[in-house]
Design a protein around this ligand. Structure first.
Ligand SMILES: [Zn+2]
Length: 349
């Protein structure tokens, strides 16, 4: 085959000889190259899309992992708070335990026959018990019903596990599961905070009650005494006819220790006219005062703070008295009342 190229100008024309087979081969080659290029492009496009998808998936997984990590951290933080609340509860429990034991007590009815041990002398203090629990003032009694079982019995092992980096067996690695566990923890935290509040309130109430009980007169001011003259109207032993006996007479030997029957402030420690002789008066607050008369001597000064069981003086017969005894008065809002029920009452009553 001959191809003649004729230029438009008058320049010389060119002529080629082209073999048809060669032309066909050339065209075939071009087609092949184009097809290969198209296929390659398609392949790269597909590959790029796949890579993009993989990248997106990896990004999503990373995001998921990050969320999961954040969730776990939040969970540990919540667990930490739960643990702190539990520690606060244990601290409050210790407070309460401490508060409900070791109440000083005075001689009770059983002490009527008990004398000061020989050799101890007149200045011995009363025996005190430091293991006595105040009845009715248990931790359970001051907690709301819905709180106490949780605080007293059930300990939060979930929070402990999480704090130690252990995941509960019920929890899988999904975010939903983490969120569920955290929600559970948050509920427990709220419950614990309620418990802490309840315990703190209980402690404050208990402290107020214990303060009242520590001050209110209770028990005998002398060991081994007997009531030689009760409270109420009596025929005067001094020839004054009928009169009202404002206190109770507790017969005991000279020099027997006299103890404060409740915490308070000494408001009088001196000779008192009107037949009282050497006399101590204690203001216990809450409207209570106690008076101890006919003392041989006093052992306190005005303004002194005393606790129940503190030695305040010794039995004598000073003032208008027929023999050694303690004249003991209990005044409620300034009015003398029968001290006998107070002698037999325990500090917790
Ligand atoms: Zn008297």
């Amino acid at each position: 085959m001959q191809l003649i190229v004729v230029p438009s100008t008058n320049r010389r024309s060119y002529s080629f000889f082209v073999y048809p087979a060669l032309l066909a081969a050339g065209l075939g080659l071009v087609v092949l190259v184009v097809a290969a290029l198209a296929l390659g492009l398609r392949f790269f496009q597909t590959e790029a899309a796949r890579l993009r998808a993989e990248l997106a998936e990896m990004e999503a997984l990373k995001q998921q992992a990050r969320l999961q990590q954040e969730e776990l951290e939040r969970m540990r933080a919540t667990a930490e708070q739960v643990e702190q609340e539990l520690q606060e509860i244990r601290r409050l429990e210790k407070d309460l335990e401490h508060m409900t034991e070791g109440e000083d007590t005075l001689p009770s009815r059983s002490a009527l026959t008990r004398r000061t041990p020989p050799g101890e002398g007149a200045r011995g203090g009363p025996e005190t018990s430091h293991s006595q629990q105040v009845p009715g003032l248990t931790l359970a009694s001051i907690l709301p019903d819905d709180v106490s079982p949780f605080v007293l019995g059930k300990r939060n092992t979930l929070a402990m596990d999480l704090k130690l980096g252990r995941l509960p067996s019920s929890m899988d690695s999904s975010l939903q599961s983490s969120r569920a566990v955290r929600a559970q923890l948050a509920r427990q935290l709220a419950q614990l905070r309620d418990s802490v509040r309840a315990l703190a309130d209980g402690r404050d109430q208990l402290a107020a009650k214990l303060d009242y009980l520590a001050h209110k007169p209770a028990g005998w001011p002398v060991y081994g005494a007997e009531i030689t003259d009760p409270f109420g109207p009596r025929w005067s032993p001094f020839g004054y006819g009928w009169q009202f006996h404002d206190g109770i007479d507790l017969g005991q030997d000279y020099g027997t220790p006299v103890y404060a029957t409740g915490a308070g402030t000494v408001v009088y420690a001196d000779w008192l006219e009107g037949g009282y002789g050497r006399c101590v008066i204690i203001d216990h607050g809450y409207g209570y005062r106690t008076l101890y008369a006919h003392l041989q001597d006093w052992n306190v000064f005005e303004g002194q703070e005393v606790e129940r069981g503190d030695l305040i003086g010794w039995v004598g017969s000073s003032g208008l008295s027929t023999g050694p005894h303690l004249h003991y008065e209990v005044l409620v809002n300034g009015v003398a009342v029968d001290p006998e029920p107070y002698l037999e009452s325990r500090p917790e009553e």
